[in-house]
Design a binder for this molecule. Sequence first.
Ligand code: MLT
Length: 211
Amino acid sequence: MDFQPLKYIYKASGNPAAYTLLLLHGTGGDETDMLPLAENFGNSYNILSLRGNVSENGMPRFFKRLGMGIFDEDDLHFRTDEMVAFVKTLASKEGFDLAKIIALGYSNGANIAGATLIKYPDFFAGAILYRAMQPFKKISAAGVAGRSKLFISSGSFDPTVNPADTAAYIEILKNIGSRVDFHQIATGHGLTSEDIYLSAQWLSENFGAKQ
Ligand code: MLT
């Protein structure tokens, strides 16, 4: 199967040195979904928002799943490669810096961001992952050295993500060189104002105008 382009929205900040926030929606969302959320992070970032190329009964996703929380890992590999290749071509077309991408992913979007961190450890400068799950069952840390700074928030009552699995996943991310700031929030799968407040604070401390 050949790589296909992804539908996207790009908004330049006007500053050639800006970081780019790569917005990755959850199941059933699209490229417009995360735009209101991104407004909480100020206007100094370029915004690149993608729509996943997979359709599950009409609901866009970034990769196929075989059941709830059971991922089609072959498709996840393919879609991760497809997305990375697409973002690389967009960087020259739209004029953003490939070394300054910060993923902002929710649920299914957080999971393809996680797959990217594992397959391409140097692709993201940082990532905000809300309600993330470990994308691949087996992850070998051999030979990879990432440099990403990560913000991860989970919901303690989230029926789709087991807290013990999140802890194991975070250990793996640390082992591949990521610096993880983790928050568990007393909520379910949906996002809360606390997720947004904490991640906005983390973003400004790590990738704000003064960094
Ligand atoms: C997934 O990637 O399948 C999830 O994290 C759950 C979902 O998107 O609903």
